[in-house]
Every structure is written in C-alpha cells, then in structure tokens.
Design a protein around this ligand. Structure first.
Ligand SMILES: O=c1ccn([C@@H]2O[C@H](COP(=O)(O)O)[C@@H](O)[C@H]2O)c(=O)[nH]1
Length: 272
C-alpha cells in the first residue's frame, strides 16, 4: 500500500487527523529511563504503544535521535512501528535538501535504511533536488511550504511573479508539476490559519502536515476549519512536546495518551 493509501486508511480506521510527533529529548525523560543505553527507544515505544490507536501518523524528528547518537534506535523504532502498528504511517521529519547526487543518498537513507513511509524535504534548491525522492513512488514526499516558525515569513511570504507569495507558488508546484506520481504533500504551520486556508484552496485534497498546535500555541479550531479537505480529512495535525512530556514519571505513557485522546477529540469537533 502506498503512503497516500495508508494515510487515508489511518484517517478512517482511527477516526483521527492527529500525528504524534516523536522528539525524544533526553533531558526531559522520566527519571527511571535516564542512563539506560536504550532510553530513546524505550521512551518512544512507550509513547507509540499508548497512542497508536489515536494517531493517523507518527513523526520522528531525526535531529533528536542523531544528537543523542541514537540513529540505530530510530531504525529499530520504525521497524517496531511497522511490526506492531502497521496501520500507522511513519513520517521521517528530516527536511532534507541538496543537489541531486546527495539527495539520492538522503532518499536511500530515509526509505531503505529507515524504511519511512514519507519524508519531509526542503524545496529551496528546486526540482532536481527533490526528483531523486520521487523515484520511491510508493513513499510520500512532504515539502516545506509555509512553516510554523515566526521566521518562516522572511522568505515564504515574499511576493514572486504574478503577485503571489512564494509559499503559494511552492504549493502550486508541489501539487501540480512536481507531483509526478501523486505522492506529494506539504508542510503548513497551524500558527498561520489564513495561509493554511490559502494553501488548501490551491491544492485540492492534497495531504497537509500541520505542526504548530500544542507547545507552539496554534489554535485547533482555526487550524481544522482552515485546513480540512472537502471530505473532512486531508490533515496530519502534528503535536510533539505537548504529548510526549505531558507526564514526567513512570506513568508518562498514560499521561501522553490522555493528551493525545483530548487532542484527537478536539480536532474531530471541527472536521464536519
Ligand atoms: O514548520 C514546521 C515544520 C516542522 N516542525 C517540526 O514539528 C515538530 C513540532 O514540535 P512541537 O513540540 O509540537 O512544537 C518539531 O519536530 C519540529 O521540528 C515544526 O515545528 N514546524
């Protein structure tokens, strides 16, 4: 099953547009896990098992694993998700972007080494820098469009030809000419609901990965109303820290589940 089909099945099966972000920060781990050589994997498995039935996707952020010298644990985690929770697609958040020859290696890293269902990439270097990923036509390519951080406006809001904003141009390209095999999606932050609505109007029912609720303060109602597709789906609304660190004791996974459940249900209030 390709990424788009797997995501659609997860939206239905789990009645959820919630993407659970996996940003394991050793400094914030519960005391009983600190010092364990497999702490990153143990923590993430706890979160994954507690939230899988509430999620339409998991999104590990590679920087947290690499900084902790835990790439092998990331590989084991993704294999674990595929084995225990095969209905939930894995989006590797690495925001890759480089010349074609190097992009080929990044594509192999994401889709062969880590076996991710989808990867985030940066479009700044143009089509030849994203083309190598398209060869993995059963995997998703999620392209940065209007990011959730305040500085995203510095470049993404610049006016380009035709009087459009750069992020609108990216949305058109990624949903159109660049969507050679129908595997593309976009990143649009929850912190900019008006831009999210603009992007949705440009791209039809293309899937959107939407970080920025939870710790970054994005408004859930505004996000869902601006970003939902005509079918009331189309979104992977991502939350990491607010779920991961809801608790700080041995019951961290239960605390994470409670926040994930409340977030999934709040999102669902506004889908219709
Ligand atoms: O525009 C973007 C693109 C990616 N991110 C990533 O999403 C999570 C957000 O974490 P929270 O704890 O829910 O704030 C993190 O991995 C970012 O690298 C983003 O925030 N904005």
């Amino acid at each position: 099953m390709n990424f788009r089909a797997k995501l659609s099945a997860a939206w239905q099966r789990h009645d959820s547009l919630l993407c659970v972000g996996l940003d394991p920060d050793l400094k914030r781990f519960p005391a009983h896990l600190k010092g364990r050589p497999d702490a990153v994997l143990a923590f993430c498995k706890g979160i994954v098992d507690a939230t899988a039935d509430l999620a339409c996707a998991f999104k590990p952020q590679i920087a947290y694993f690499a900084a902790a010298r835990a790439e092998d644990q990331l590989q084991d985690l993704i294999a674990y998700i595929h084995e225990k929770h095969p209905s939930v697609p894995v989006v590797l958040d690495a925001k890759r972007g480089d010349i074609g020859a190097t992009a080929q290696q990044y594509a192999r890293e994401a889709f062969e080494r880590y076996n991710a269902d989808a990867l985030t990439v940066n479009p700044y270097m143009g089509f030849d820098s994203v083309e190598p990923y398209l060869a993995f036509s059963d995997r998703g390519l999620i392209v940065l469009c209007r990011t959730s951080n305040p500085g995203g406006s510095d470049l993404q809001n610049l006016t380009v030809e035709g009087g459009r904003k750069l992020y609108q141009h990216v949305a058109e390209l990624v949903a159109g000419k660049w969507n050679v095999h129908g595997q593309n999606a976009l990143v649009v932050g929850a912190t900019f609901p008006q831009e999210l609505a603009d992007v949705r109007a440009i791209v039809g029912d293309l899937p959107l990965l939407v970080p920025g609720i939870g710790a970054q303060g994005g408004d859930v109602e505004a996000t869902v109303k601006a970003g939902r597709s005509a079918a009331g789906t189309g979104l992977m609304i991502s939350s990491s820290r607010a779920i991961l660190y809801a608790g700080s004791g041995e019951d961290f996974a239960d605390a994470a589940r409670q926040v994930a459940l409340a977030t999934r249900d709040e999102v669902n209030l506004y889908r219709a």
